[in-house]
Ligand binder design. Structure first.
Ligand SMILES: Cc1cc2nc3c(=O)[nH]c(=O)nc-3n(C[C@H](O)[C@H](O)[C@H](O)COP(=O)(O)OP(=O)(O)OC[C@H]3O[C@@H](n4cnc5c(N)ncnc54)[C@H](O)[C@@H]3O)c2cc1C
Ligand code: FES
Length: 264
């Protein structure tokens, strides 16, 4: 397993939606080894080398092997991402990764990918991976508004015709939530299908409720606050499904889990 922990240079940084940015980082070794569903921890610093102290986790949205780059999408939600949005191309940032266990890559039967909000990032990586391998998948991506999706899809070179899009305000694709088209897909599939999903917790729960007993496997990518990203601080504990008081650690056991194993 390759784990990079060093300063890497920002090559590309642009705003692609309201408070949403795409960041391209020169990290040839991460690009070479990263798998869909894995993430990186990024150190963002303000005026002091210790502020904010903790690195922030971000999913890898895709890699470019020719340029030796990885790309992430992020939304500005707090101090770390606000500071990150001010970094200019040419600046170095601390990068640790690739981390975690990603999505299953070899699956039999029909495959449905579901991404909501910034959860589209690892789904885009997975979708590109599947297409590059010559396989196919139905990809459903949702957001609140079209602005949040259009720029991200353009930046990642995903054609609007290739994916099913839903927006809550109806400004792009079908009006509503990702569960609308997912329910229709589930009406027409056999039981050997796989769903792979990433998005807000309520979305994952709704996907799980819909697909219950209808698919062979549902994989979900979970989020939590992360301090270390490598299984040392135990800050990302998440309850396992069942009566026992057992926990998984999202950074090292996940972030991708079989939905039957964890509480959603
Ligand atoms: C495995 C993993 C992959 C991720 N991938 C992405 C990605 O591709 N793009 C992206 O934009 N974000 C992603 N995130 C979330 C991202 O790490 C947080 O948005 C970021 O750390 C916020 O940092 P901040 O300093 O700006 O915000 P903070 O000041 O730390 O927090 C600001 C607000 O955001 C909320 N918040 C912070 N972190 C999280 C979190 N992990 N989950 C839910 N709410 C949170 C806080 O409650 C607070 O309200 C991912 C998180 C994980 C664990
Ligand atoms: S973030 Fe430290 S153990 Fe998971």
């Amino acid at each position: 397993m390759v784990l990079v922990d060093r300063k890497c240079k920002i090559i590309h940084h642009s705003q692609v939606g309201p408070e949403v940015y795409v960041l391209g980082i020169d990290a040839v070794d991460v690009a070479k080894h990263a798998l869909p569903g894995q993430f990186v921890m990024i150190g963002v610093r303000g005026k002091s080398a210790f502020d904010p102290l903790l690195r922030r986790p971000f999913s890898i949205a895709w890699t470019d092997h020719v340029k030796g780059m990885i790309f992430i999408f992020y939304r500005v939600v707090g101090r770390g991402t606000r500071l990150l949005s001010e970094y200019m191309p040419g600046t170095g940032l601390e990068l640790l990764g690739p981390l975690g266990r990603g999505f299953s890559l070899e699956v039999s039967g029909r495959r449905i990918l579901v991404g909501g909000g910034l959860g589209i990032a690892p789904i885009i990586f997975l979708y590109k991976w599947i297409k590059a391998s010559g396989a196919s998948a139905t990809c459903i991506l949702g957001a609140r508004t079209g602005d949040e999706l259009l720029g991200a899809l353009k930046a990642s070179d995903i054609s609007l015709e290739d994916v099913i899009i839903t927006t809550e305000d109806g400004s792009l694709g079908k009006k509503g939530l990702v569960t609308g088209p997912l329910a229709k897909c589930l009406d027409h599939i056999g039981g050997d299908a796989t769903i792979q999903a990433c998005g807000p917790a309520p979305m994952l729960k709704a996907v799980s409720n819909l697909s219950n007993h209808k698919v062979r496997l549902l994989e979900v990518s979970l989020e939590s606050y992360m301090a270390c990203g490598i299984g040392l601080c135990l800050g990302c504990a998440h309850k396992k499904r069942g009566d026992s008081e057992e926990y998984v650690h999202i950074c090292k056991d996940g972030p991708v889990f079989d939905a039957r194993d964890v509480v959603l």
